[in-house]
Each structure stands twice: as structure tokens, then as C-alpha cells.
Design a protein around this ligand. Structure first.
Ligand SMILES: [Fe+2]
Length: 408
């Protein structure tokens, strides 16, 4: 055993803090499981092995990593409960056999584990689609506070980003190092064939339409990837050129509108695989998936829409014609100025958006009239979610310490 492998029992099998919001009133053995009754009337039935595998003892969970040391096959198949009681401190205590093991379950942890796992410990903001037509103005948040490490400002930015699909920061210093520094407050940058951090300006030897002065209708980036980057960050360093206003539209709200107009159009975009391919001298990424992708529980999760990277499709003649009509209508809804947020990025402003939900674009600009220079990078939704959970975890620990003077 090395020094990091001390057999120290844990209070809970992770790094979070669990306020005791409900008391466990009764724990009753039933066939192959136990039934828990709480003081608010909630009752849960859980398999015996469910309870056993989360025993916070040092043989089951590593005391430093707090990860499981065992797999299900390390638990005896003839596992049963020898004795079970609710202790005076509210913990559920279980003696197991044939293992010689005593387990104590924290009531706050147990309640959270058996109740809706998204509530309250995983209380990330719900997604709120933009009402169409858009009537609001861009909501600029305090970028200077985020940059100097104010965790409340960071939390508000990330909550806004998850809820609205966009988080706009103003008042940042307009220098090149700002964008990686701000994005790394969230988590790692996702690199692509355009590098870790890319610069968006008109170039004579462009390897993307983005690096020209062309207008770009609203789109998502990197539709050629199996897993499209969940977040995109664009930071304005200079914007002296004529034109080049930024456009944003909620692609999920646009999809909802399409569905309300034509279920057939929505269905074809949600089911028909569409081929996309990188056009580049050095790279050849390809992926084929519906424009409106849904996740395992049937929710719309991505709009795959880098329209200039589509490859020729094959398939049923009638279905192809329906697809073209549907895709055209979807782009029309997205292109409707009434459905878009439109603004001119100023130096020191950063726009963060959910690249799989909110589509972005720009007007054409005249590179001869002045320089337009943005720095950008990609990230992931799950990094935003993770950072926000950590911020919430810290708030819970702080509240618990203020209430009791100690941490659970
Ligand atoms: Fe783009």
C-alpha cells in the first residue's frame, strides 16, 4: 500500500457537500432490496446491490481519488443485509453478509442519490429558447470582473450561456492573451485543424470561408466532426472595417418553428443523414448525420449546419426533394432578420455561444476600409457544465461551513 492508499473511511463517496434537507424515517428490507421512507412522504425502493456498491468504506472507495476500487463482480453474489438501522445522527447503517462490512450512508447523500438526480445537486439552468421574433437587445455582461477572477461574475456568465445559448462579455482588455485566459477559466480549449486559438481575418490564402471577407449566413462550425464543438468563443481585437456585423440566431428555436409549420420538414431534417466534408489541402474530415440531431432521450441536441461544407447526397429521389425543401425553409427561418440578434462587435467584447445550438454569421466587410480581427477558439458544453457544478459545489460547502462551522 502506498501513501496515497490509506484505508480512511469517507463520509460521502465523492467530493461534494450534501445538506441534510430530509430525514430518513424508515428503512425496510424487501425482496432483493430495501425500501426507504422519508419524512416528506417520498419512498424509494432500491436493489440491495445498489446500496452495497456505494458503501463509502475504504475498501469500496479509494480515500484519495474517491473513485470505486471494486467492480460488481467483487461483490459476493449471495450478498444480503445482516442488520440495518437508522442511527441517531440520521445515517443509515448496514451490516453486510457474507462480507464482514459495516456501511454508514450520509442522509443528505442518500436522499440526493435516490431522488431526482438532477435536483437539487445538479441544478444547472434549464435551456430557455429565444421567443421568435427576437425582441431583446444583446445582454452584455461584466467581462472585466470575469477576467479578474470574480467567481460570481463567472457563474452568471456561464449560467447565461447554458440558459440562453449565448454569453456576451464586454469591457475586456483588447489584447491577444485575453481569450485563452478567459476560456481556460472554464476548462480546456478544444483544438481543431485551425489550431488551439485561431484568428479570423481576411487572408489571401484562406483555408476557410471564415478567413475571407465573404458574408457568412448563420451556421454552426465544424459540422464535419462526429462530435461538434459544444462552445465557440469569438473575441474582437480590432473592428475598423466597413460591414462585418455579427449575427446570432437560436437554432433550436428555429427548429421548433419549422416543426410548428411542417412536421414533415422537421422529421426529414431530424432523421435523414447528411454528408459533410472538410475542404482543405491538408485535412479531410467527413461525417454524415442529420442536420437536427437528437440525443438518447429524444431531445434536440445539435444543429449540424456548416452549409458550405456539405457533400453531394444520394438516396431516394422523393426524400431528397423533401430534404431540400425542408432545409431551405430552415435556412429561411434562420435568415429572417426578425429572428436574429445583430450587433457590431467592439474591441474588448467577447461572444460565447453554444455552437451546437446558436448559429452565428456575419455580414460581408470591406478589408480595404480597415482591419477586422477576431481571435477565437472552441470549447465544450460539458466543460461549462462541469465548471458551473464546481462553482455550485463551492457555494454549498461555504453555506454548510457558515451554518455548522465544519464541512461534511
Ligand atoms: Fe463560423
Amino acid at each position: 500500500m502506498n501513501n496515497s492508499d490509506k484505508m480512511v473511511p469517507l463520509v460521502v463517496p465523492d467530493f461534494d457537500t450534501y445538506p441534510v434537507t430530509h430525514q430518513l424515517q424508515r428503512a425496510t428490507p424487501i425482496a432483493q432490496g430495501i425500501e426507504l421512507l422519508w419524512n416528506d412522504g417520498l419512498s424509494n425502493q432500491v436493489p440491495v446491490i445498489w446500496l452495497r456498491e456505494f458503501s463509502p468504506d475504504p475498501g469500496t472507495f479509494h480515500s484519495v481519488t474517491r473513485e470505486q476500487r471494486i467492480a460488481l463482480t467483487d461483490i459476493p453474489q449471495d450478498l444480503s443485509i445482516a442488520q440495518m438501522l437508522i442511527a441517531e445522527d440520521g445515517f443509515l447503517e448496514v451490516d453486510w453478509m457474507p462480507e464482514d462490512l459495516h456501511s454508514r450512508y450520509h442522509p443528505g447523500w442518500l436522499r440526493c442519490a435516490v431522488a431526482d438526480p438532477n435536483d437539487p445537486m445538479d441544478s444547472l439552468p434549464d435551456r430557455k429558447l429565444w421567443p421568435l421574433p427576437v425582441t431583446v437587445k444583446p445582454n452584455w455582461l461584466d467581462g472585466a470582473a470575469v477576467y479578474r477572477g470574480d467567481t460570481d461574475a463567472l457563474r452568471i456568465w456561464l449560467e447565461t450561456l447554458l440558459r440562453d445559448g449565448i454569453g456576451l462579455l464586454d469591457g475586456l482588455p483588447a489584447n491577444r492573451e485575453v481569450i485563452p485566459a478567459v476560456v481556460e477559466l472554464i476548462g480546456p480549449i478544444r483544438a481543431s485543424n485551425f489550431g488551439d486559438v485561431f484568428e479570423v481575418e481576411s487572408l489571401p490564402s484562406a483555408n476557410s470561408n471564415a478567413y475571407t471577407a465573404l458574408p457568412l449566413k448563420v451556421h454552426s462550425d465544424l459540422a464535419t466532426r462526429e462530435y461538434i464543438p459544444g462552445m465557440q468563443f469569438l473575441f474582437c481585437l480590432e473592428n475598423e472595417a466597413t460591414g462585418g456585423e455579427s449575427l446570432l440566431v437560436d437554432g433550436f428555436a428555429a427548429a421548433q418553428q419549422l416543426n410548428s409549420e411542417s412536421t414533415e420538414f422537421f422529421e426529414v431534417l431530424a432523421t435523414l443523414p447528411v454528408p459533410f466534408g472538410t475542404k482543405d489541402r491538408e485535412f479531410d474530415h467527413r461525417y454524415c448525420a442529420p442536420v437536427l440531431e437528437h440525443n438518447a432521450v429524444g431531445e434536440l441536441s445539435s444543429v449540424r449546419h456548416t452549409y458550405w461544407l456539405r457533400s453531394p447526397m444520394s438516396g431516394d429521389f422523393s426524400t431528397l426533394n423533401t430534404f431540400y425543401a425542408a432545409y431551405r425553409r430552415f435556412q429561411e427561418i434562420c435568415d429572417d432578420p426578425d429572428n436574429q440578434l445583430r450587433f457590431r462587435l467592439q474591441p474588448g467584447q467577447l461572444m460565447a455561444f453554444d455552437n451546437r445550438r446558436v448559429l452565428h454569421g456575419r455580414d460581408a466587410f470591406d478589408p480595404e476600409s480597415g482591419r477586422r480581427l477576431l481571435r477565437g477558439c472552441y470549447g465544450e458544453r460539458e466543460e461549462v457544465e462541469s465548471r458551473l457544478r464546481i462553482l455550485y459545489r463551492a457555494l454549498r460547502a461555504q453555506e454548510q461551513t457558515q451554518q455548522t462551522g465544519v464541512r461534511a
